[in-house]
Ligand binder design. Sequence first.
Ligand SMILES: Nc1ncnc2c1ncn2[C@@H]1O[C@H](COP(=O)(O)OP(=O)(O)OP(=O)(O)O)[C@@H](O)[C@H]1O
Length: 933
Amino acid sequence: MGSFAGSCEIVEEKDEIRLTKHSGRYGKSVLGSSSKGFEQKQREYHGSLEYDIDKLFQSIPVKPSTRLMGSSFHNLETSASAGPSRTTSPSKRIAMMKKPGTPQSPRVGGLSDSVSLKQALRDRCISKASEMAAQKRLSKSAAASPRVSEGDRIKSLYNQVSNESASRSALLPVGKGKGNLVEVSLMPINDKPSSSRSVPQRFEDPSSPISETSQAGTSLGLQRVENQMREIKLLHKSNKCGSCLSSGSGDYEIELDDNVASPSTHAFFEDDVIEIDKHVTSLPSHSSKKDNGTELDEKIPSSAVESGQKGKLDNAPSSGTEKIKTVRKVTRMIPRPKQQPKKKILVKKKLKIGVVSVTYPTEKEDTNDLSLDSSANQLLCQRCHCSLKSTNIQNQPSSYTTSHNLEICSDSLSSISNNVGKEAHQVADGNSSGSCNVSQSSESVTVVMKQDVSSSNDSGNGARDEKETENPTSSEKFEFSLSSKDSLGDYSRSTSMSEESNLSRFSCGNKPHMSMDVRWEAIKHVKVQCGSLGLRHFNLLKKLGCGDIGTVYLAELIGTNCLFAIKVMDNEFLARRKKSPRAQAEREILKMLDHPFLPTLYAQFTSDNLSCLVMEYCPGGDLHVLRQKQLGRCFPEPAARFYVAEILLALEYLHMLGVIYRDLKPENILVREDGHIMLTDFDLSLRCAVNPTLLRSNSPPGQDPARMSGPYNTSNCIQPFCIIEPSCQVSCFSPRLSSNQQQGGKAKKADHLSKTQQHLKRSLPQLVAEPTEARSNSFVGTHEYLAPEIIKGEGHGAAVDWWTFGVLLYELLYGKTPFKGYNNDETLANVVLQNLKFPDSPLVSFQAKDLIRGLLVKEPENRLGSEKGSAEIKRHPFFEGLNWALIRCAIPPELPDFYEYGGGPEASASLGVNDDRYLECKAIGDHLEFELF
Ligand SMILES: Nc1ncnc2c1ncn2[C@@H]1O[C@H](COP(=O)(O)OP(=O)(O)OP(=O)(O)O)[C@@H](O)[C@H]1O
């Protein structure tokens, strides 16, 4: 059996022959040139067992996989098969092939035991070859592009493998050998666990759509994906709203609906889309990208950017890394917009805090009879971080006590007002500007006000002599107990306002808002030097005007540059005309006042039976004269709004002090040097009892708010745009939400702010310091400004000031009063009988007209302000957006010839002597303040 001896050779030869058979060109070069010998061996081979075995192998399903690895595989296969063939007989090899599969065999599923050995060898060869190929490619890629990303490297590998598999697939019928393709495609990326982990699951699934995808379909899918991505890009470029992409994706809706974030979002989004498009189009689009195209088609449907697909996309096979990268770029777009609403969240927090901080008091607090812990109610302004403190007021008849803890706001603008008047002012209008302006870090002010006066200075009270004025023993009694710790100085004091102690001491202590005024020091200096202050210390520069009870002069304190307005009243004349009570009332009211829109009384003295009041000088003239200088003799509405707003605060303050002004008219409104106003002339004012009460304003509609006296919030916040409204309701106004704010991206935010602040308004308590119980039957005032109830003699109260307030606004806007007749009698008749009419010109806003209508209601009980005083009026839309607390710091209207009435002879000549009304003023009889009862 020489044949057996040569079997090895045969085997080897047959291996060579078989090799030649599979790879002719290569085989020829190996076999040499002896064609005859080759043919002989071939014939022998075809009749041998080896031939049969090879035929058997060719018939098994793994045959295609042997082709997949190309020539290298064949080399390996040859060497592998040659190994055992040299040492093992064919029979043994057959026996070995009949053994159960080796551990290497499971890689190819479905193999029979009869071919397990062969298949195991092939498997190992395939794996080895794949790994080597992969490593080679990786090393090539790394060498060619050291900085190439992992995604790009995988992409390159993927493309190569895809090309190979596609080219091999071209040799196979569609649908055949698909499982083997998996083996090949997976091998290079096994070192990418994150991306490849899911691949086997996907491809082991026989129902996987990928396995059913044809090559043609793959190409179409890739093309479709490219088109889709281009569509996305175009949509974003054209719409810039992303709504087309946001369907079903709340993330995008949030992002793109946020107008604030939209610009950056758009840029970000568009950039990514461009990148997406670039990535997709950069993929080779030739038809050989079967897997790539298939996966892209599968993973990026028309709504590929929907966030909901993120999880699915993350599970994409590693072969689709390029796509994954692309899609991840899309999905990364989602978290970024989610960061944008942080602003919203932040804003909401602020608002929430604000709501919480000002929601006060609760029902529980209410039932606790105002025993609120002020410390627990100390709040922090969210914007300027100044403190808001809820304080306690002991509810006592006609009295209140407050503990006001002041902390300094950095934007202090003027001096503090921490005496009774100022405290009262803060309570009344919440105008915290005074308190904000103080360089005091902590001040506790306790205010006790007792007013046992029902009506004091009506004409029926009769005149009082000067001594009585200076040392009053009347029933009027104001007690202001003021205890404070001031960093600027100690003023812990107890002041009786029925004495002249403060003024006689030339102290500015009770005029804190003017405490920094040098005029205090000048007067004090004279007092110290001369022992007393008199007319001899002043140079009377000119006569500013004369009234029913006196004459006002512009005066300079000798040796100083300080100008004052000195009202000189002849005591004998007053006594003879029974007008001493009016003079006394004015004097006492002036002593009380400490308000930026009311005159400061620096000193009072009597010289040669002349009673003198040294007051702050206003160089701007009065509003009546100023109005005459306006175009059309009326003020522009913003200017009128500004002036009446300041007047409203002054009236509010007076009412809080129990003073009904009763003589409001443009002539009594003076213009300061800084353009703000000063309400003067208090000789007709009525002093009365007042019981400031705090109303909880969040009561159900139609139900009177629960009255509560006691705690109120105080604030020294003067930040112009502080959203937390300071102090009590009467002083709070929401910032005006301009039309610009209402438009565009801030509309929602502004709307939200508006709603929040409306809620704040509703929830804040209201301080009512309106002397609603006061009644007088005096017929006082100026004809055109007289309220109907005064004319009818039915008795009147504080509501008369709101009537006159309406007449004032009307006159400032229209240049005339609403009920003026040909003579005084007709005017009075019109006031009582005539309906309110508005001229066609000038044009006045609906809000202004509406406010006037509300104020000029003939029945005082139905008049705006009659119930809750200024708090009602402040809330009118005419004042919407006005920052009451900062109005004193606002820039006054620019008006022509503003300082024409400054000191000097020239100015004196133009002191309105040619003005009819001013002449009327001189002719006191015509400009009457008459007292019928
Ligand atoms: N502080 C002041 N600064 C500048 N001018 C003033 C000041 N006080 C008063 N005047 C001017 O002096 C005039 C007289 O004022 P005064 O208060 O004495 O009388 P009246 O206001 O006309 O009415 P009445 O008769 O009620 O007193 C005013 O019209 C005003 O123009």
